[in-house]
Design a protein around this ligand. Structure first.
Ligand SMILES: [Zn+2]
Length: 172
């Protein structure tokens, strides 16, 4: 994790009376996401778009999902847990198991977990609030150049909040 902090644009502004971690002060986590809102960083977002990875439209004008190759595809990790044993493949999250899979149980427990291989595609999210003005312009330019690959239905349900689509001017 980078020690450098910034104000997540989705959080309350500087000087808010909220206590950490609800004051919007954030760091970029090791996986490149914002510690306040979980958005991937603008750098990573543009990297994904320019590499031709798909964006998945949402019904929010400030959010897209980003499908990208999973850097740890095939690695066995724990992504599911329960406080009962849902099936025979589930194992109890003993301290050894937690250590082996680098998994931290929440409060309570005991827990059962399902170690399984990471898939080839990972889906992250990006909040457009994380784009500054230059970033907004850069994204619009990529859109206009048709370099943004949109997953089904192939268009935004609602335009990102900083974009206004307009009809062509009537030349007549
Ligand atoms: Zn954020």
């Amino acid at each position: 994790m980078s020690a450098e902090t910034f104000h997540c644009p989705r959080g309350p502004g500087p000087g808010s009376p909220h206590k950490p971690p609800f004051d919007g002060v954030a760091t970029w986590r090791d996986d490149g996401t914002c510690s306040y809102c979980g958005s991937m960083s603008p750098e990573r977002f543009f990297e994904c778009v320019e590499a031709g990875n798909e964006l998945v439209p949402t019904d929010k004008n400030y959010k897209v999902y980003v499908r990208h190759p999973n850097p740890i595809a095939g690695k066995i990790t724990i992504r599911q847990s329960a406080n009962y044993q849902p099936g025979p493949d589930w194992i109890e999250a003993t301290p050894e198991v937690c250590k082996q899979y680098d998994w931290t149980p929440g409060e309570g427990g005991p827990y059962w977990v399902l170690p399984s291989p990471e898939g080839p595609i990972e889906t992250g999210k990006f909040y457009f609030q994380h784009l500054d003005e230059a970033g907004q312009v850069r994204f619009i330019e990529l859109l206009n150049a048709k370099r943004v690959k949109l997953a089904y239905p192939g268009h935004f349900y609602v335009a990102p909040f900083f974009i206004k689509f307009s009809a062509p001017a009537d030349a007549g």
